[in-house]
Design a protein around this ligand. Sequence first.
Ligand SMILES: CC(C)(COP(=O)(O)OP(=O)(O)OC[C@H]1O[C@@H](n2cnc3c(N)ncnc32)[C@H](O)[C@@H]1OP(=O)(O)O)[C@@H](O)C(=O)NCCC(=O)NCCS
Length: 145
Amino acid sequence: MMELEIRELRPENYAEMIALWERAGLSYRPRGRDSPAAIAAQMERDPDLFLGAFAAGKLVGTAIGSDDGRKGWINRLAVDPAYQRRGVARSLIAEVERRLQGRGREIIAALVEDWNTASLALFQDCGYVLDRTILYLSKRTAPWV
Ligand SMILES: CC(C)(COP(=O)(O)OP(=O)(O)OC[C@H]1O[C@@H](n2cnc3c(N)ncnc32)[C@H](O)[C@@H]1OP(=O)(O)O)[C@@H](O)C(=O)NCCC(=O)NCCS
């Protein structure tokens, strides 16, 4: 059984976190909301929602919760390929949910690309209900944000 520690990430974990996202093939926005400055600001604002999973001291998973005051969201969920299918993502989701629910959020949601069968299976395995009628629209100040 793998020992997993889930704890809050700090700005000094940035490089390790990006390296993990690269290994996992997670798409992210290095010049936008995932820049070092943007990540540090988000960690400062909501330190309790910025989580890493560590196995033997090594960062093997991340989940960033966000709270818009109406719903909680799970973002940037990624697990090192060498540690996948061992329940790391399930544990991260459970911990983000616990923290968001502690803030009073009764709905927790995630945006998942339609091709991402692993992530769709994961969230449904964790009790999330897929709504196929919703399409995502966004307005950006720049394409990279
Ligand atoms: C999606 C991802 C986070 C899953 O992480 P993980 O730690 O392997 O997931 P878990 O081990 O907690 O899986 C829990 C359950 O989810 C489902 N699941 C997870 N990965 C799956 C896959 N590749 N195919 C089918 N079902 C999958 C299964 O039901 C699994 O339970 P089981 O292993 O007992 O069958 C991981 O594959 C990943 O990092 N992918 C690349 C980045 C990404 O796409 N992130 C999500 C962005 S929305």
